[in-house]
Every structure is written in structure tokens, then in C-alpha cells.
Design a binder for this molecule. Structure first.
Ligand code: MTE
Length: 402
């Protein structure tokens, strides 16, 4: 296969056959690995072949910045490392297709079936895009930042865009990164250089970065238009194929992630011998949750009675441990407080200990999260043709003995 040079962990579950490589870890393995996901268990979403870059070539990798700028430049990874301040930030990436399998079960979408492990977190090291953009001085007419990778695909190079105002804003925490968890990027994750955008769908974080172009209009790249969108629910695959104007409406493009959560324990089909009052024990129901656009998760609730009543869980925010700087510090070379301390760029973890007997008395466990803007996971699914941004109440069926 074209990716013969790439080494991969056998625990990863392939979602699309041999090529391209699209994969998630088993949810339990992902969850057990903790707040920072090891690179080898980090989910992978590739549209095509992984560019081959030797270690010895990484520092010489270049990308261009042009378009509506006063000062177009070509920069190498070495230039980024030596001429700009380096920052390290924990950021969770989520594929817009996370949890798509549930949509495909209801009605087949045009996308492959992600479970709920299309989400991972790393400590990313790089430079702030806002610093790099200061160097090129975008013109007033510039409103979008288009990005393009080096992976050649059937419809051109992978590319997309975001608003220039976001990229220029250091509080958005957008990075050009060359390392995750203190190691160089592995080939699947963009070696040697990628964009990392906190709080937005992973599809905007372009890997193997070759080109940034400042423009007056959103990207016209095929993958910007025909991917990463939530079309109205009445648009069927046939309608979407026949009428391309469904795709060109920028209002349907996804940027911020939506509030979402999943339950890791109990797992689907997890079995326990039936307890009696004598053998009853405490069981910790637990999982992850994330908000979009830097919004913090403010509550996660579970229901054991189909949503009639809800119990509040405990939430931990491991990312706050990385906010170690004194209040007056703006940056150093290791950890960086890019945003105010309420901003959340990462997943958080929720848990509630309950008697096993109560769990066994239920038919299912339902989970819903809410963020600081009071966005709440809906009861009902919003099906769409690409099956993206699926975030209804997460459900685990409780397995009963006999
Ligand atoms: N960048 C390039 N150049 N090519 C791609 O196929 N896939 C995008 C994004 N950046 C992609 C890309 C999508 S859809 C996602 S979800 C993330 O990369 C996945 O990043 P990861 O594979 O490191 O987890």
C-alpha cells in the first residue's frame, strides 16, 4: 500500500479497510490511557496516502504564506523553531464523524462508522498562528485563511479554511505544531508540520502543511465544500448528489464542535453477575465529555430511568493542571496560557459511583452533557447526509443475566 513506510499500533481498529487509514482505538483502551492520548492510540483520519518525510528532512520542510498579505513568505520548520516563541498547549482533537455509527444505524449516511473514540488529546508544541500572521501582515480585505496539505487526493490536495480573525486571535490558541506529547509528529498525524485548531472539528486542522493563503472568500478546495458539513436533515444522499448547490452554502460548514459525551464504563455489552443485597458493590460509571469553541463542560448527568430523572456526576478538568504560570506571565517555552482560565480546549472526565444493584435494575444508562453556554446534548438525533456532529444522549444498554 502507499503507506508502507508508516508504523501503526495493532490495537487500532481500522474503519475503512486497507487504505486510506482511518482508525480509532477501542474506547476502553483510549479512556484507560488517560488525559493525554499516546500517539500510537490517537485516532487517525486520512483521506489518502501519508506523505513520506525522513527525520533528516523535517527541519527543512517548508510552507508558503501568500494571498492577501503585504509580506508573502516561505518558512521552514527550522525557521518556526528559531524565529518565533514556542508554546506547548494541551488540545483535544475530535473528528466531526465521532459517533457516526449511531446515525448509520438509523439511516445510512455517506460516511463510515466511527464509534465514540474518534477523539484524542495531546500536548502540542509549536508556534501560535497569530504570531506567524503578524509577520506576513494580512491586508484589510483578507477574511479567510485557506490551508493546504501535501497529500495528493482524487480531487486535489486536502484543503479547507477558517476565518482569518480566529487565526489572528491568540486566545483561540491556533497552532502550527511539530510535536505531540514531547515527540515529533508521527507520519499519520502530520509529520513534520500541521495546523492544530482547538475547539473546532479535526477536519480544519490540516496535516502535512504546505500552504496558507489569505483570501476574501472561504476555500474553494473540494474537501472544504464536500466534506465537514451538516446539511439539512431532509437532504438524502440522492438529493445531495444531484444538486451540488446543497454543498456550496457556507452556512452548513462546521467549525465549532458541539457539546458531546460518551460513557466508557460500563462499556457496551459489559457483563456482571447478578448481585444480591449481600454481594452488592459500588460501581463507578464514567466517561468523557467535551464542549466546542473553547466552551467548558459545566455539567454531565446520567439517567437510569429513560430520562425521567437525572443524577449529577463529578467532573474533572485535567487541562487545568497545565495552567501553571503565575497570573502575570504571558508565556514561556514550555506551557502557555493562551486564553483566560475558563476557556477549555480539552476533554474532561465525569464519573458517578452507584450501587451495582441500581445499575442492574436499569435498562440503560443515558448520558448528557451541558456547556457553559447552556448548550445541552439533545434527546433526539439530527440525522444528516454526512452523519456528522452526532451528539444525542449517549446510551449504554445494561446487560441482564439470563
Ligand atoms: N489534513 C490533511 N492534509 N489530510 C487529511 O486527510 N484529515 C482531517 C484533518 N487534517 C486530513 C487533514 C480530518 S477530517 C481530521 S478529523 C484530522 O486531520 C485528523 O487528525 P489525526 O489523524 O491526527 O487525528
Amino acid at each position: 500500500t502507499p503507506d508502507a513506510h508508516v508504523v501503526r499500533d495493532p490495537r487500532l481498529i481500522r474503519l475503512t479497510g486497507v487504505h486510506p487509514f482511518n482508525t480509532e482505538a477501542p474506547l476502553s483502551a483510549l479512556y484507560d490511557s488517560g488525559f493525554l492520548t499516546p500517539q500510537e492510540l490517537f485516532y487517525v483520519r486520512n483521506h489518502g496516502p501519508v506523505p513520506k518525510v525522513e527525520d533528516s528532512e523535517s527541519l527543512d520542510w517548508t510552507f508558503t504564506i501568500d494571498g492577501l498579505v503585504d509580506n508573502p513568505v516561505t518558512l521552514s520548520v527550522r525557521d518556526l523553531q528559531t524565529e518565533f516563541r514556542q508554546v506547548t498547549i494541551p488540545i483535544t482533537l475530535v473528528c466531526a464523524g465521532n459517533r457516526r455509527k449511531e446515525q448509520n444505524t438509523v439511516r445510512k449516511s455517506n460516511g463510515f462508522s466511527w464509534g465514540s473514540a474518534g477523539v484524542s488529546t495531546a500536548l502540542w508544541t509549536g508556534v501560535l498562528l497569530s504570531d506567524v500572521l503578524e509577520r506576513v501582515r494580512p491586508k484589510r480585505k483578507g477574511r479567510y485563511m485557506c490551508m493546504e496539505g501535501a497529500d495528493k487526493l482524487p480531487n486535489g490536495y486536502y484543503g479547507t479554511s477558517v476565518k482569518l480573525a480566529w487565526a489572528k486571535n491568540p486566545e483561540k490558541g491556533m497552532l502550527l505544531a511539530w510535536a505531540m506529547n514531547g515527540e515529533p509528529l508521527q507520519p499519520d498525524h502530520g509529520k513534520p508540520l500541521r495546523v492544530v485548531i482547538p475547539g473546532q472539528i479535526g477536519g480544519r486542522s490540516v496535516k502535512w502543511l504546505k500552504k496558507l493563503t489569505i483570501t476574501a472568500a472561504p476555500s474553494d478546495n473540494w474537501y472544504h465544500i464536500y466534506d465537514n458539513r451538516v446539511l439539512p436533515t431532509m437532504v438524502t444522499p440522492a438529493m445531495a448528489k444531484e444538486d451540488p448547490t446543497w454543498w456550496t452554502d457556507e452556512r452548513y460548514a462546521i467549525y465549532d464542535l458541539s457539546v458531546n459525551a460518551a460513557c466508557a464504563y460500563p462499556a457496551h455489552k459489559e457483563e456482571h453477575p447478578a448481585v444480591t443485597p449481600e454481594t452488592d458493590f459500588t460501581y463507578k460509571v464514567q466517561g468523557y465529555a467535551y464542549g466546542g469553541g473553547g466552551r467548558r463542560i459545566t455539567r454531565v448527568e446520567i439517567s437510569l430511568d429513560k430520562g425521567t430523572t437525572w443524577r449529577l456526576t463529578d467532573i474533572t478538568y485535567p487541562e487545568d493542571r497545565y495552567r501553571s504560570l503565575p497570573d502575570d506571565a504571558t508565556y514561556n517555552n514550555s506551557t502557555f496560557d493562551v486564553a483566560d482560565r475558563e476557556t477549555s480546549f480539552c476533554w474532561s472526565f465525569w464519573s458517578l459511583s452507584i450501587p451495582m444493584s441500581e445499575l442492574q435494575a436499569a435498562e440503560d444508562v443515558l448520558v448528557r452533557a451541558q456547556d457553559e453556554a447552556m448548550n445541552i446534548m439533545p434527546r433526539d438525533m439530527y440525522w444528516s447526509v454526512l452523519g456528522m456532529m452526532n451528539n444525542p444522549w449517549f446510551r449504554i444498554e445494561v446487560v441482564h443475566e439470563g
